[in-house]
Design a protein around this ligand. Structure first.
Ligand code: PLP
Length: 412
């Protein structure tokens, strides 16, 4: 067996150090956010994490490399010693994976090129085990709904509410999938109760909206915790990524699928995500305080029919307007009218037109996604500036859906 001494490892690659087990004493989330995945840096004489862009790694010991590849093929464990090839794993991406696993309280995490690549890998792992049936609770992110409904990966889905999960399970059920708070209605499910209802079937919780700052689903019994890291984990609207936090056994299967199907995360993205994690608790708490404030103002506003804001809090607010939602989108100036979420700046979008357009209209409405629903991702701007913009965008909407026209533009 090819081995490296710890000294050799440190002097060649940070790979094993990056994978070091959790520190002796448990550390608070805010501490982990800035230190996890960086524990080896000071010993290496570094402060910022290095970016390793290598696609391949030299080795004069091809016998040893063969053994390490065999080991990967058996368990999917990250090869010991230096990496082999970029599609098997990358040290910079591994830093992000280590940090996210620490934040979610799981043994491992596996990063992918996007949230959808991460979900696809989970479905492929189970399908390869002959477990093609999925039980899922609506609403889900529009493309997750689409992937399951269209059966693009050969899976079959049963949609149910949380109370119906146990009855929906079959011998070939490989996965139960929920989002909480859900995209876009912010509906919440009782994760502990759902995990119990799943029995031995793995529960996947999409934790994109809550982030580990507000909720750690693994502690409630979820075997798999998925993130579109594109959103809060990256946090600045400049990285597309996904990640699954889970136990090492499932992580090994995910790495094997990632290796064989190629949905890897680029090392630069891994670097940006690690950087994003360091401010995650501060960003999420600050944006959540502003979101809660705005949710209160919207709830008190006669132009707003209904406000959705989760019990656990968070930086997402959804609301239904009496007037025409398209006019609100057209009316914002400070807030950016765009799909996606979780950035430092505030975004607003109309789910029925954009994020959930791909879901059949009846299924969409059945899941509580009204045609008058707007979904807002609150950023770090000052609350008064945000409210002034929202107020102006709502201002001209009238209950019949038309927009009161300015005297000048109407030509009167
Ligand atoms: C955006 C999103 C996804 C998909 O992630 P991508 O990174 O866009 O592939 C999955 N789940 C939720 C809840 C999302 O908001």
């Amino acid at each position: 067996m090819f081995t490296l001494s710890p000294m050799d490892t440190a002097s060649t690659h940070a790979y094993d150090d990056v994978r070091r087990p959790a520190p002796r004493a448990p550390r608070a989330l805010a501490t982990e956010a800035v230190h996890a995945g960086r524990d080896d840096l000071a010993r290496q004489g570094l402060h910022a994490p290095p970016i390793d862009l290598s696609t391949t790694y030299p080795s004069y010991d091809s016998r040893g490399e063969a053994e390490r590849i065999d080991a990967f093929a058996t368990t999917g464990a990250e090869p010991d010693g230096p990496p082999v090839y970029g599609r098997l794993g990358n040290p910079t991406v591994a830093r992000f994976e280590t940090a996210l696993a620490r934040l979610e309280g799981t043994g491992s995490a596996v990063a992918f090129a996007s949230g959808m690549a991460a979900l696809s890998a989970v479905l492929l792992v189970r399908a390869a085990q002959g477990l093609r049936h999925v039980v899922a609770v609506r609403p889900l992110y529009g493309c997750s709904d689409h992937l399951l409904t269209a059966g693009l990966l050969g899976t079959e889905v049963t949609w149910t509410d949380p109370a119906g999960i146990t009855d929906a399970l079959r011998p070939d059920t490989g996965l139960v999938l929920v989002e909480s708070p859900a995209n876009p209605t912010l509906a919440e499910v009782d994760l502990r109760a759902v995990a119990h209802a799943c029995g031995s079937v793995p529960l996947l919780v999409d934790n994109t909206f809550a982030t580990p700052v507000l909720q750690r689903p693994a502690a409630s019994g979820a075997r798999l915790v998925l993130h579109s890291a594109t959103k809060y984990l990256g946090g600045h609207g400049d990285v597309l990524a996904g990640v699954v936090a889970c136990d090492e056994e499932f992580a090994g299967r995910l790495r094997q699928v990632r290796f064989a199907t190629g949905g890897v995360l680029h090392p630069l993205a891994g670097y940006l995500l690690l950087r994003g994690l360091s401010t995650l608790p501060v960003r999420v708490r600050a944006a959540s305080a502003t979101a809660a404030d705005l949710a209160g103002r919207l709830a008190a506003d006669p132009r707003v029919a209904r406000v959705h804001y989760p019990r656990i809090g968070g930086a997402m607010v959804a609301f239904e307007v009496h007037g025409d939602p398209h006019e609100v989108i057209a009316g914002v100036r400070l807030i950016t009218p765009a799909v996606s979420l979780g950035s430092v700046d505030t975004l607003i979008q109309h789910p029925a037109s954009i994020s959930h357009r791909i879901v059949d209209a009846d299924d969409r409405r059945g899941a509580g996604v009204s045609d008058r629903l707007l979904r807002m991702s609150v950023g770090l701007e000052d609350v008064e500036d945000l409210w002034a913009d929202l107020d102006a965008a709502l201002g001209a909407t009238t209950p019949d859906g038309s927009r009161a026209r300015h005297t000048v533009s109407s030509g009167v």
